[in-house]
Design a protein around this ligand. Structure first.
Ligand SMILES: Cc1cc2nc3c(=O)[nH]c(=O)nc-3n(C[C@H](O)[C@H](O)[C@H](O)COP(=O)(O)O)c2cc1C
Ligand code: SF4
Length: 680
């Protein structure tokens, strides 16, 4: 292994021969990791995609990663692959220990290398943070302590199992090398097996692997030794290390500053990537918009202080190149993970390098991507519907239209804007018509709730893009068939969105067409509140039948205006459609702080003036909520299809997209609209 020089970490002149924005002296300077030179400091850290087929890498991996390499990212870390059959956490996992992975790995690494990027592969065992549902084997861990999420009691690893798992890491690392990767990364964060040995909360052993720090690092050190022996000295071996477990009784940064030098002392590691948490603090791992930007750079900075001369990767809510440059300039890390930023905009690095900052589609930390993965579905992005479909819809796959058409997009919500953007990229002459005085529809309105402001960034990104593409915008214009006739477009994309359902009908009570009393004047919809602000009485009840972001956002907005707010839902929890363990904890804490009262398992049977007649679904008893000034219905939406129906048969090329087709989450509405933009 070549000796790592001190100056390898300092920024040097841009040697890549590409035009470099002088704004990014650090970000676009090369950096050495082990025997490799990485062309810049932008890293896409490991992320599960669920693209695997039969637990092997698939063509989707090839194109997904090559798209990001083409977009200029310096280093990609491939998603974690498992080192042993006892760690089989989900069906989409790649069996890294099985040599049949090598050809698939090779296709991905070859594709990435064509774009002058480097690619490592993360290898892991989940230890106690997995269950035996798929593996049909005992879960293995240092001690028989249970994980907060997978509540099985693991088997205490015996000496033979210790050796077998370490061998699994070594075998997998060898497959990684054979698969053409430039390096292997040991996953020792997020609470997985390697970390479990380090931590006093999961390692209660009294043998030579437990107790003192020297004993607790033993398993990890032996794994590093075995992996290094398996791959040789001319191959990069790194570790993704926990910077703080954010778990009561767990490892802190101070502990990790003691541990990191013990792991690196042998000189067998080439870099450290710093992340954090265990499953106890899972919601911090992929921090949603409730977490401030760059919230974890103190961890990479802290680890960097404790180990000299080793490149350190920092990560967590670094979503724009200016911020990334500052992290590097401040010396808080040597490379920056910009993972969701690159999922969202695979061309981010090239755009930054070329000074096209305004063209970057900034990630809004909505966590739709990881939400899908947690639901065991392929990764996607709310703002980038091409994720996972790079072959057909990727940056270069989006072909100019054969004939330039005059395209009329009716509706300036996210779906309309996405359709307009895609059609304009393909060279069409596009005009967006919006009935209101501003673009953005419901998403833009939602930014009135403080915690949803970043979400509205999806609309800001689209507006920027439409501006740059020269799309014409016509506001305050409800489109009629006459206007369409007058404009005589070649194609019309109807994205007229949806309106709140005012009936109070709920699928929980299929026998009823609506909620008795929903037509009273003190009953409002979420849209009324968002449009008119908090023009309501002091005591407000929100009936939440959607279990997503809307009701909490309305509650936050009203509570911030000093209202006394209660959310009533017939479901067992609030926000059941939000990513569990990712967003829910933040929403609950926020509402608690704001003093919002939450009643679950409670159906509203009727509204009688200022009284709500309720039914406690736990014990089937009726009750009342009295003294309610206003009721706000968050009870689904109704598609706005009038224009579409009027145009059907009149316009040859007519598309119906987004909520106007069927009201649903923004990610699916945008996906739909994107495809209309490709089809037109
Ligand atoms: C869809 C998704 C899957 C992830 N899977 C992994 C993984 O396999 N291994 C890992 O170490 N981190 C994983 N992460 C965490 C990321 O590597 C990264 O630490 C996190 O997204 C925070 O960085 P960001 O704010 O730049 O996105 C995943 C993140 C996402 C969004
Ligand atoms: S889905 Fe949301 S959080 Fe994930 S990459 Fe896209 S914008 Fe970012």
């Amino acid at each position: 292994m070549p000796h790592l020089r001190n100056d390898a970490l300092r920024h040097t002149h841009n040697g890549g021969g590409s035009p470099m924005s002088s704004q990014f002296q650090y970000l676009f300077s090369p950096v050495r990791i082990g025997n490799l030179e990485i062309k810049n400091r932008v890293v896409s850290t490991a992320h599960v995609t669920f693209f695997a087929e039969n637990n092997m890498p698939s063509e989707r991996h090839v194109h997904y990663h090559s798209e990001r390499a083409k977009g200029g990212v310096g280093l990609i870390v491939h998603e974690a692959v498992t080192v042993h059959p006892s760690s089989f956490p989900y069906e989409g996992i790649i069996f890294g220990y099985d040599e049949r992975v090598i050809p698939g790995f090779k296709r991905t690494t070859d594709a990435v290398h064509q774009h002058d990027a480097k690619i490592f592969c993360e290898v892991f065992h989940k230890g106690r943070q997995v269950n035996s549902i798929l593996s049909r084997r005992s879960t293995l861990a240092p001690s028989a302590t249970r994980c907060i999420r997978n509540r099985e009691t693991p088997k205490v690893m015996e000496k033979e199992e210790i050796e077998e798992i370490i061998q699994g890491f070594a075998t997998t690392a060898r497959n990684v090398r054979e698969g053409g990767f430039d390096g292997v990364e040991l996953h020792c964060t997020h609470g997985y097996l390697l970390q479990q040995w380090l931590s006093p909360i999961s390692n209660k052993r009294t043998d030579e692997y437990g107790g003192s720090l020297a004993n607790r690092v033993r398993f990890v050190v032996e794994t590093i030794d075995a992996v290094r022996a398996a791959v040789g000295n001319d191959f990069v071996v790194g570790i993704r290390l926990v910077g703080d477990e954010f778990t009561p009784g767990g490892l802190t940064l101070r502990d990790m500053q003691e541990i990191a030098p013990l792991l690196t002392a042998s000189g067998k590691l080439d870099y450290i990537s710093v992340s954090h948490s265990t499953y106890f603090s899972l919601e911090m791992v992929i921090p949603p918009s409730y977490v401030p930007l760059g919230a974890f750079v103190s961890l990479s900075a802290g680890i960097k202080e404790s180990v000299e001369d080793l490149p350190i990767i920092g990560v967590g809510r670094i979503n724009d190149p200016v911020q990334a440059e500052k992290v590097l300039a401040d010396g808080h890390a040597d490379l920056v993970g910009m993972t969701r930023a690159n999922i969202c905009d695979p061309q981010l690095a090239n755009k930054a390098r070329d000074g096209r900052l305004n063209d970057i589609r900034t990630c809004i930390a909505c966590n739709t991507c990881i939400g899908r993965v947690f639901s065991h579905k392929p990764v996607t992005c709310l703002q980038n519907p091409a994720v996972g479909f790079e072959v057909t819809c990727g940056v270069d796959a989006t072909k100019p239209a054969a004939v330039r058409k005059k395209v009329m997009v009716v509706g300036g919500g996210p779906a309309g804007l996405k359709a307009a953007e895609t059609a304009a990229i393909r060279g069409h002459d596009v005009t967006v018509y919006e009935k209101d005085g501003a673009l953005g529809g419901q998403v833009a309105l939602s930014e009135k709730a403080a915690s949803r402001q970043e979400f509205a960034g999806s609309v800001r990104n689209l507006k920027k893009s439409l501006d740059a593409l020269g799309v014409k915008i016509v506001l305050d214009t409800p489109v009629t068939p006459e206007i369409v006739k007058r404009e005589s477009p070649d194609a019309v994309i109807v994205a007229t969105g949806s309106a709140p359902d005012r009936s109070g009908a709920s699928p929980l009570f299929p026998q009823m067409d609506g909620l008795p009393g929903a037509d009273q004047s003190n009953v409002l919809t979420y849209r009324d509140v968002l449009k008119d602000g908090a023009n309501v009485g002091q005591h407000v009840v929100i009936i939440d039948d959607e279990s997503h972001h809307r009701a909490p956002a309305i509650a936050e907005l009203l509570a911030d205006h000093g209202k006394n707010v209660r959310i009533v839902t017939a479901l067992p929890r609030l926000g059941m459609e939000l990513a569990p363990n990712l967003e829910q904890p933040f929403v609950y804490r926020l509402l608690q702080r704001k003093g919002v009262h939450i009643m679950t398992n409670t159906a509203v049977k009727a509204i009688e003036d200022s009284t709500l007649i309720t039914l406690d679904l736990n014990n089937n008893t009726s009750d009342k909520i009295e003294g309610v000034d206003n009721v706000v219905l968050v009870m689904g939406s109704v598609a706005e299809t009038a224009l579409y129906r009027a145009l059907k048969g009149l316009i040859k090329e007519l598309y119906l997209v987004g909520d106007a087709s069927s009201p649903r989450y923004a990610v699916d509405a945008m996906f739909d609209a994107f495809h209309a933009g490709l089809a037109v």
